[in-house]
Ligand binder design. Structure first.
Ligand SMILES: Nc1nc2c(ncn2[C@@H]2O[C@H](COP(=O)(O)OP(=O)(O)OP(=O)(O)O)[C@@H](O)[C@H]2O)c(=O)[nH]1
Length: 368
């Protein structure tokens, strides 16, 4: 007998700039090498979709859907089921969802349980990427935004896999603190220290196989097995030993495969709250002949504290004015070459960002 098997979904969550797109790119590369057709749903809290530009140049065979200007877990939740229906129609072997850095993944799971989606898609894994350099301090840094603190906590509590990413930037002492912080919140997840999300792809994609035909009939996908029967909202402290741990010098793995999503069939908590309250975004289009130097541009973001948690965009600071991908995460700035050929722009994301003030400051800077 053959069954129509729902398409597995991997949800990638984690705070702004932690490394979600880095992980997504790795998983897409792996999927392609394995002959898996992956579709992607990207969500950006602002109006400009920098990550979507990076993903589209990486995913020749995949279908890409984008939701911008809001968070799929709250303000844009009503769009999620339509997007997933659309992506499912193309019968990919896998759907990857990259959430905004301020999204609560449990809300996505809730939306997936809508009747029209139930036999089309199923949760495979929730993977949360942490910025190992800063994650321990989030509670104190964001103390004034209770919704955000709750969201960041839930990102860890409901994850099947937690990547403590940016391990190149932390000491072993910080790694030990991080290990404890994650384990206090989630005793069952696989927890791995990573640099640039370099993780064994099987930890995320094990069990995902090529669907044998376009209708999905005859696939060998094994449905998730719950490893934890406690209701959502309960901190899972006593639990089976994780398949991977973060102790010692880094990753260690034990025998056996990592668990399928523990969260797939947990009772859903109906929550009405927004996942953040004070995080705002500003997008600036400086024009093709940007009148400031790269150094002045970089200085524009410094000293802003929580008012600039993340910035990214495309600016003409490459050789001969070529566009470069600009990334600022955790106060660190990176520049990379890009295929993007559109108009230069950058996005700033921060707490209580004042749109008019940022615009004024930018204009003032460019007049000198
Ligand atoms: N030093 C260091 N930088 C990293 C690592 N992983 C990612 N980055 C950099 O961190 C920045 C943010 O990475 P992304 O993958 O875009 O993070 P993200 O979570 O998708 O960001 P948003 O979706 O915009 O919130 C980029 O400049 C990356 O190159 C790492 O392990 N170490």
């Amino acid at each position: 007998m053959t069954d129509i098997v729902p398409i597995p979904i991997v949800v990638v969550s984690g705070f702004l700039g932690s490394g979600k797109t880095t992980l997504l790119l790795r998983m897409l590369k792996h999927a392609k090498a394995e002959g898996l057709r992956a579709s992607v749903l990207m969500n950006e809290v602002g109006s400009a979709d920098v990550d979507g530009v990076m993903i589209s140049s990486e995913t020749a065979s995949a279908m890409l859907a984008r939701v911008t200007e809001g968070c799929l877990c709250c303000t844009k939740k009503s769009e999620l089921s339509g997007c997933l229906m659309q992506l499912a129609e193309a019968q990919p072997d896998l759907i990857l969802i990259e959430l905004t850095g301020i999204a609560n993944p449990e809300e996505i799971v809730e939306a997936m349980s809508e009747p029209e989606l139930q036999d089309k898609v199923m949760l495979h894994r929730i993977v949360t990427v942490l910025d190992a350099e800063h994650a321990i301090d989030y509670n104190s840094i964001f103390a004034t935004d209770r919704e955000l603190v709750h969201t960041l906590r839930r990102q860890i509590e409901v994850a099947d896999v937690v990547l403590a990413n940016k391990a190149d930037l932390i000491s072993s002492k910080t790694a030990a603190k991080l290990d404890k912080m994650v384990r206090d919140r989630n005793g069952v997840c696989s927890l791995v220290l990573t640099v640039r999300c370099d993780v064994k792809p099987s930890l995320v994609l094990e069990g995902v196989t090529v669907r044998s035909n376009a209708s999905g009939i005859g696939t060998h996908y094994a449905p998730p097995v719950r490893v934890n029967a406690k209701p959502a909202g309960v901190v899972r402290s006593s639990s089976p030993a994780p398949a991977y741990s973060m102790s010692g010098t880094g990753v260690s793995s034990s025998a056996g495969s990592p668990p399928k999503s523990a969260f797939a069939k947990l009772p859903v908590i109906q929550t009405q709250r927004q996942s953040y309250s004070r995080v705002k975004t500003v997008t600036i289009y400086p024009g093709t002949a940007c009148p400031v130097s790269r150094r002045t541009f970089e200085a524009f973001f410094s000293g802003r504290g929580n008012a600039c948690l993340r910035a990214k965009g495309f600016m003409p600071f490459g050789p001969g004015g070529a566009l470069m991908l600009f990334q600022m995460a955790g106060k660190r700035i990176e520049w990379q070459p890009t295929d993007y050929t559109g108009e230069p722009y950058f996005v700033m994301i921060g707490i209580d960002l004042d749109h008019a003030r940022i615009n004024n400051e930018w204009e003032k800077l460019t007049r000198h």
